[in-house]
Ligand binder design. Sequence first.
Ligand code: RET
Length: 244
Amino acid sequence: MESLFTSIPAVAKMATNDYVGFTFFVGCMAMMAASAFFFLSMNGFDRKWRTSILVSGLITFIAAVHYWYMRDYWAVNGESPTFFRYVDWVLTVPLMCVEFYLILKVAGAKKSLMWRLIFLSVVMLVTGYFGEAVYRDQAQIWGLISGIAYFVIVYDIWLGQAKKLAQEAGGAVLQAHKTLCWFVLVGWAIYPIGYMAGTPGWYDGIFGGFSMDVVYNIGDAINKIGFGLVVYNLAVTARAEESA
Ligand SMILES: *C/C=C(C)/C=C/C=C(C)/C=C/C1=C(C)CCCC1(C)C
């Protein structure tokens, strides 16, 4: 019988004080549950909203798959799964930009708005990856460039073309747009904190004590699931208004 237990275990142990491992595990479950919820509720809505809810589900589903790998990677190596993290983001964050476009389409949003946001988000993430994984000794400058791209996104949705479209649409769309804008301004601001916790720089004394992965995992749960629920809520509200 001994050989049964000396072979490589199929499931890595989790220490009781492994908070990073815990948040990877819970994050994975939350993303799976959210995906099931979005996919299963999708068909109860008008065609106009179905794509938006599908995209909400795709965002949490892609994250669930990455969390599955990241949870494992952490458990086996005890290191940040930086590569999987950024692959996840580079797929899901552009999809969040697509969500902005989809809900503003009723007011005549053009594809160029969507591509602009996607481009900015890719710049934000690729430069962040350079600072975190490739040129760590220059993390501050890459983080700054990433932060500039982030601020342009914030500007565009809060004050730029997207805002104008949201105002033209009015009602439930305007409300949802505003809530999503708050997610980007406050919810996305969690990520630079994680970055500063995990890379060397002038900010070491402020954020050095935080765990980068815990911060990122909390950010992902809030932003991916919360964002999707705002879109879901918009569809529910619009359905109620139409049948009234
Ligand atoms: C679902 C994943 C989301 C919403 C990820 C968002 C990530 C960011 C907003 C990351 C931003 C960063 C900066 C603004 C500067 C430092 C580098 C990053 C990439 C962490």
